[in-house]
Design a protein around this ligand. Structure first.
Ligand SMILES: Cc1cc2nc3c(=O)[nH]c(=O)nc-3n(C[C@H](O)[C@H](O)[C@H](O)COP(=O)(O)OP(=O)(O)OC[C@H]3O[C@@H](n4cnc5c(N)ncnc54)[C@H](O)[C@@H]3O)c2cc1C
Length: 442
């Protein structure tokens, strides 16, 4: 079994915009920096598979700064030493176990989509909005297929435009937020020309695609186990739209597993950080969508601040110079999150027999029996969240339905992801135990 042990000053986990920016700034501040990402190629959700000139500039900058990039490396465990001065990450690469020991860690693991249960959401042909985009980026044939894009958030038009460019016949974009909030948000974009340009650039690709606000899918219809149509509602009006795919996501939720495993505090559903992007655990920084949903620019700025700050006193001056830009982006993020806040009508979509946890086949009625309950009670009574995804899908949806704190639904026990048995066996043969008990500094 191949084993690799690496060491560095600053370890960055997550190779999206926040992580790339963090690694660049740490390395340019004379730190030995390692950047790990679970995908073979850097770029995160937005740049992966469609790197533009901005992405290329950042990735080239990381290479030139001497960042050691390890792709295809999914971190499945992290632990802090007893003296809290070093962190050890365990990751599985195609070659085998790779452990990285570092003085400071920057977590930039991004976010994932929130799914909500409604009758038929588990039918073949129903995917996440970003999920279908990712499939198509990976080569899934979409040309000529009829697609409905639904849910909430600025991701929906971006996905619709992407799918249309790849030959999909996009029938409808159904956004649950009402027009009043969207118009208000749109007017505010006048102050953010870069975002406005990004939004406007989608218009030519979306010509002919109906965009309905205050509109959501209430049910799907299928034949032989596959999707054939969806029912949508807008106010009092309901109608049916024929389609082969429903790409459906309700905003984003942060991937909190690593910060929770390291004991970082979570506030209002996101990793809590101070002005330096440092979490409640000294030496552990968080950046990007882990700390709040706010788009590409916010992830880049937070990543830079975290990278500079993790480099110590000298870097902190450069980090401070970015504070004003970050403040401005926080205002934008607050407007974004207000505009696309999920409406209460979505809480009533699932009927008694709708599956809410598809790993364990737990149904809405079983959860209602224990309501208001708790995530723990849900697990004990229904096995909800105890299947293969470990609550990554049903946790955020039940948190919305029943008001449970999202961090309570995070399963933070190593291994965080399924790993090969030989990898697990290798972890038992080396550092973790020694590392945790000796307290020696590298
Ligand atoms: C599914 C999806 C699709 C999106 N599509 C678009 C789009 O088309 N246009 C747009 O403007 N915005 C899109 N966004 C939003 C966009 O991702 C953000 O605006 C922003 O770019 C996020 O940057 P980030 O670096 O914070 O996170 P991300 O870009 O999500 O990067 C985080 C990286 O960390 C990796 N990672 C997570 N956990 C681990 C681990 N344990 N070990 C190793 N690596 C790990 C992830 O695979 C990912 O590469 C999308 C978001 C999602 C969730």
């Amino acid at each position: 079994m191949h084993k690799q042990s690496l060491a560095c000053d600053v370890l960055v986990i997550g190779g999206g915009p926040a992580g790339i920016a963090a690694a660049c700034c740490a390395a340019e501040s004379a730190q030995r920096a390692i950047l790990l990402d679970d995908n073979p190629a850097l770029g995160g959700q937005i740049w992966r598979g469609k790197a533009n000139s901005q992405a290329t500039r950042w990735i080239d900058r990381a290479r030139q700064a001497g960042v050691q990039i390890v792709g295809g490396a999914q971190v499945f465990a992290v632990s802090a030493r007893e003296d809290r001065r070093t962190v050890l990450a365990q990751t599985e690469t195609p070659e085998g176990l790779c452990t990285v020991q570092c003085e400071r860690a920057i977590l930039a693991t991004g976010a994932r989509e929130r799914f909500l249960p409604f009758p038929g959401w588990t039918l073949r042909g129903v995917t996440g909005a970003g999920g279908l985009q990712a499939l198509v980026k990976g080569g899934w044939p979409i040309a000529g297929k009829r697609v409905v894009v639904a849910g909430s958030g600025p991701l929906l038009p971006a996905v619709a435009a992407f799918l249309k460019t790849h030959g999909a016949d996009v029938q409808l974009v159904a956004e649950q937020a009402p027009w009043s909030r969207l118009v208000n948000f749109g007017m505010g974009l006048a102050l953010r020309p870069a975002v406005a340009m990004q939004a406007l650039s989608l218009f030519p690709q979306l010509v002919g695609v109906p965009y309905h606000a205050g509109c959501h899918v209430t049910a799907t219809h299928g034949a032989r186990g596959a999707l054939t149509a969806v029912t949508v509602r807008q106010g009092e009006r309901t109608w049916q739209v024929d389609c082969d795919y429903l790409a459906c996501g309700f905003n984003l939720v942060p991937n909190l597993e690593l910060p929770v495993l390291l004991g970082c505090a979570v506030q209002d559903g996101f990793a809590a950080v101070n002005e330096w992007q440092e979490s409640s655990q000294p030496g552990v920084y968080c950046a990007g969508e882990l700390t709040g949903i706010g788009g590409l620019e916010r992830s880049l700025i937070e990543g830079q601040i975290a990278g500079y700050a993790a480099a110590g006193e000298k870097g902190r001056q450069r980090a401070r110079a970015l504070f004003a830009q970050r403040r401005d982006l926080y205002t934008y993020a607050a407007r974004l999150n207000h505009a696309f806040a999920l409406g209460d009508a979505l809480k009533t979509l699932a009927s008694a027999d709708t599956i809410v946890c598809r790993c364990e086949d737990a149904r809405r009625a079983q959860l209602d029996e224990i309501a208001p309950g708790s995530w723990r009670a849900a697990k004990l009574h229904t096995r909800c969240g105890m299947g293969a995804c470990q609550g990554r899908v049903c946790g955020p949806s039940l948190s919305f339905l029943y008001g449970w704190p999202i961090e309570a639904t995070v399963s933070a026990r190593p291994p965080l992801f399924p790993v090969r048995l030989e990898t697990l066996a290798a972890t038992g043969q080396q550092e973790p135990n020694q590392h945790e008990t000796t307290g020696e500094k590298r």
